[in-house]
Design a protein around this ligand. Structure first.
Ligand SMILES: [Cu+2]
Length: 360
């Protein structure tokens, strides 16, 4: 499948990102281009990373072909309402609270209030009911309309507080730590448990639109590219099904790491580390965006998380200079990585068929 409709319908995609930001971009394209070239290290690093990616694929120390995302999975859909399908246990729980508790309660209360209003307007207007009742108290009614809302609030509070508690549960011992840093206007992902290499992640440029990141390729130029405005040059690759300790901070202003389909939103604050555990249930590519207004290119720093089985993750780690598995640099020391590495290397020119199959 292709994402041509996203790529060739920038108007629609832009609308989903906010017309205001798009207007600002159009008005000051040269300024952005200069920013990217002078202040942000993103552009040159991205070039270097691209070259390194090719070299690593050829060198045989590791292998990685980006996974092709499944359309509609881990990304917004046209005309979608409600929450995105969730791919973490916490997300499934949160979505259940929203869809199974909050929405029914909201709907019932709204209908009840509307019905009462209509009854009052029809039966107790001045013409239909010229002599108004002098009743001022009704003990039973007052007890009921106090108790029922209290019970409703308790019904909402119990699962809500439970969800909050679960979200704050610290990562278990041995969880893989990934350090996420928000920058104006790109993300960096550090892997201290895998040799402390760092991945710089820039949004891909959009054909026919002003250049956002100098030196970064255009979306749609690789078979595994996802939607425009969401796909990046280097994704945050993580192992699937394992607890990941995300340590989130920022280098300049406040950003926010938000991926709707993973129930993930956590602020990236300069000088502070916010921590969150992430367990992704299914291999796949999950997209999000910076969720804190962080400056001119706020709308152009998407997040793309690719969850791979452990063996493929290890092979990806070894494509990076300094990448280590359990303190070992040689792929020979990681037997699990070897079988996955071989076919993936052969398939490096082809669209990641294997990876896609896993995702489905
Ligand atoms: Cu930001």
């Amino acid at each position: 499948m292709t994402f041509g409709k996203y790529i060739h319908a920038p108007g629609r995609a832009v609308a989903s990102l906010g017309l205001a930001a798009a207007a600002a971009l159009t008005a000051s394209v040269p300024a952005f281009a200069q920013n990217a070239a002078s202040s942000a290290p993103a552009a040159p690093s991205a070039l270097a990373t691209g070259a390194a990616e090719g070299a690593a694929l050829a060198s045989g120390t590791g292998s990685y072909t980006p996974m092709k995302p499944v359309e509609g999975v881990g990304m917004p859909v046209d005309g979608g309402i409600g929450l995105q399908t969730q791919y973490s246990k916490l997300g499934e729980y949160g979505a259940w609270i929203h869809d199974g508790i909050l929405m029914p309660i909201i709907t019932i209360i709204c209908i009840l209030v509307l019905v009462l209003l209509v009854i009052i307007a029809v039966r107790f207007n001045r013409r239909a009911n010229p002599v108004a009742s002098k009743t001022s108290h009704n003990t039973l009614l007052e007890v009921v309309w106090t108790l029922v809302p209290v019970l409703i609030l308790i019904g909402i509070a119990v699962p809500s507080i439970d969800l909050i508690a679960k979200q704050y549960k610290p990562a278990p011992e041995g969880a893989l730590t990934i350090k996420v840093t928000g920058n104006q206007w790109f993300w960096t992902y550090g892997y201290p448990d895998n040799g402390d290499f760092e991945v710089i992640s820039n949004m891909l440029n959009i054909p026919g639109s002003p250049t956002i990141n100098n030196g970064v390729r255009e979306v749609g130029s690789r078979p595994w590219d996802g939607p425009a405005h969401l796909e990046v040059d280097n994704r945050m690759v993580v192992p699937v099904g394992e607890p990941i300790r995300l340590q989130v901070t920022a280098a300049d202003v406040i950003h926010s790491l938000g991926v709707p389909s993973l129930w993930l939103k956590i602020d990236a604050v300069p000088g502070r580390i916010n921590e969150k555990v992430l367990v992704i249930e299914k291999p796949g590519v999950y997209y999000g965006q910076c969720s804190e207004l962080c400056g001119a290119k706020h709308a152009y720093m998407p997040i793309a998380i690719e969850a791979l089985p452990r063996a493929q993750y290890n092979a990806w780690v070894l494509t990076h200079a300094g990448g280590e598995i359990d303190g070992q640099k040689k792929p020979a020391a990681v037997p699990a990585a070897a079988p996955a590495a071989a076919p993936a290397a052969d398939a490096s020119e082809a669209p990641a068929g294997e990876a896609t199959a896993e995702a489905e």
